[in-house]
Ligand binder design. Structure first.
Ligand SMILES: *Cc1c(COP(=O)(O)O)cnc(C)c1O
Length: 472
């Protein structure tokens, strides 16, 4: 019996063709039109090696060794090898601004704008009226000023760069006063004290962690002071016995002492969140109205645009910043400018911004809509999954993420999945799909939050769960 089996295995092994032979098969030869020859040969070697290994290790394994069967295996392995490393994923986590998932996604207008300038030449640094050299910043300056009320604006690579550049321009070799309660770390890599050190400015901390008074700032001002800095503590909140200085008070102090005031707002919010049932976040235009000299914010947080760092404020300071040689190193590219302009255009009509900017649309998505979509998704899953898993609609909470509105739990609807087998196994399976599906595990359930699942992605989720086999 055992001898028979041994012979079977030997037979199977003998039927595996040599790499050099398989490469010459017409079907496989055709693959070299789509894929580099060297990679095809490498992948064939891998596929055949894996087959050999499985035949030896698994006495039950009966592979299809026909040329058609081998072609399918090679094709699948090649597809996997050549798929981009950076690719689209389905965000079912309910975290709207997920830094690991690329933060804000762009609306169709912004994507179209990138398309327009990507494969064609553009007037990036050409003034079309005069035919002379222009500035890349001019394309978005007017609209940024219009939306925020600022005199001037410019854009760099991200908000960390905006803060670095502003500090370096206005306070290099001098002192910057900031409240101890605002020395934030964002995303593990941006820390105010470290950015300050890099800029060449000296940090002067005032107040205590929970309380800072105006007199703390007053007492810290010396001949060496160049700037008063306020940082929006966007990703945490100190609660209880607290006090911080209102923007207006700091502006008045700055005026009195002849010192500019710079507010790092973090998220760039232009709409009043209270109108949409959310906790209010400070708006850029309110800082400008309060008289703050410079305000900086991210493009890809609550603004819902591309990664960028926007600086708006007084023209005299923006002009100085533009002349800083660091600006060249931190400069923004044309795709970002195109997407940012298109996103900002939408803000000219707030209703349109709420509908068309994905970040804002997701945050204000009506619960009834989410409930409807969740019911349809659960039904779709039940239809393909048989009894291998159970899907029910439940109440859940979504999060803003991206270091914004830390306490804000937004009620949502989720599809909760339970299975007989291993839940982490299911999670890995979903993450391993060509379009990976990212979900959350909570209390022995895998949760799919409809808030961040884009309309149309439900079908892919249903298809994936239909293919899931807990035995594999
Ligand atoms: C997010 C954030 C930053 C960093 O912005 P990036 O665009 O990620 O570089 C800086 N300051 C504050 C207050 C932030 O919230």
């Amino acid at each position: 019996m055992i001898r028979e089996r041994e012979k079977d295995r030997q037979n199977l092994l003998r039927r595996i063709p040599a790499v050099g032979v398989l490469v010459q098969e017409p079907g496989i030869r055709g693959l070299t039109e789509d894929y580099p020859q060297a990679v095809v040969v490498e992948v064939i070697g891998e596929v055949l090696g894996n087959l050999r290994k499985r035949i030896i290790e698994d006495g039950e394994f009966e592979p299809d060794l026909s040329s058609g069967g081998l072609l399918e295996l090679v094709k699948a392995a090649l597809g996997k090898r050549m798929q981009p490393k950076l690719r689209r994923v389905i965000n079912a986590t309910g975290v709207v601004l997920h830094t690991n998932l690329g933060r804000a996604i762009l609306g169709r207008q912004a994507v179209e704008a990138i398309n327009q300038v990507a494969g064609s030449f553009s007037n990036l640094e050409l003034d079309l009226e005069t035919g002379k050299r222009g500035s890349r910043y001019q394309h978005v300056e007017e609209i940024l000023c219009r939306l925020t009320g600022a005199e001037a604006a410019m854009v760099v690579n991200n908000n960390a760069a905006a803060v670095l550049l502003t500090l370096s321009t206005l306070a290099k070799g001098k002192e910057v006063i900031v409240s101890r309660g605002e020395l934030v770390e964002i995303g593990g890599s941006f820390r105010i004290p470290e950015v300050m050190a890099q800029s060449g400015a000296r940090l002067v901390e005032v107040g205590a962690t929970n309380k800072t008074h105006l007199r703390d700032y007053v007492n810290a001002i010396t001949e060496e002071t160049a700037l008063l800095l306020k940082v929006h503590t966007s990703n945490y909140r100190i609660i209880g016995f607290t006090q911080s200085i209102e923007e207006g008070e700091l502006v008045a102090l700055g005026r009195e002492k002849g010192l500019p005031v710079f507010h790092d707002l973090g998220s760039g919010v232009l709409v009043d969140f209270r109108n949409y049932g959310l906790r209010p976040e400070p708006r850029v235009q309110d800082s400008i109205t309060a008289g703050v000299d410079l305000v900086s914010f991210s493009g890809d947080k609550l603004l819902g645009g591309p990664q960028a760092g926007v600086i708006v404020g007084k023209a005299q300071y923006i002009q100085q910043i533009r002349k800083n040689p660091l600006t060249r190193a931190l400069r923004v590219d044309k795709f970002t400018l195109a997407a940012l302009e298109a996103t900002l255009q939408l803000y000219l009509d707030e209703k349109k911004a709420m509908e068309e900017i994905p970040t804002l649309r997701m945050l204000s998505y009506p619960l009834e809509e989410l409930a409807k979509r969740a019911a349809a998704l659960a039904e779709g899953i039940a239809a393909v999954a048989g009894d291998k898993l159970r899907a029910t609609v439940q109440d859940g909470v979504s999060q803003v993420g991206g270091g914004a509105l830390p306490e804000e739990d937004i009620p949502t609807k989720v599809v909760a999945i339970t299975i007989e087998g291993s839940l982490p196994g299911l999670e890995d399976f979903l993450r391993g799909r060509p379009a990976p599906i990212l979900a959350r595990i909570q209390k022995e359930q895998l949760l799919l939050d409809l808030r961040t699942i884009l309309p149309g992605e439900e079908e892919e989720i249903v298809a994936a769960l239909g293919e899931y086999d807990s035995n594999n």
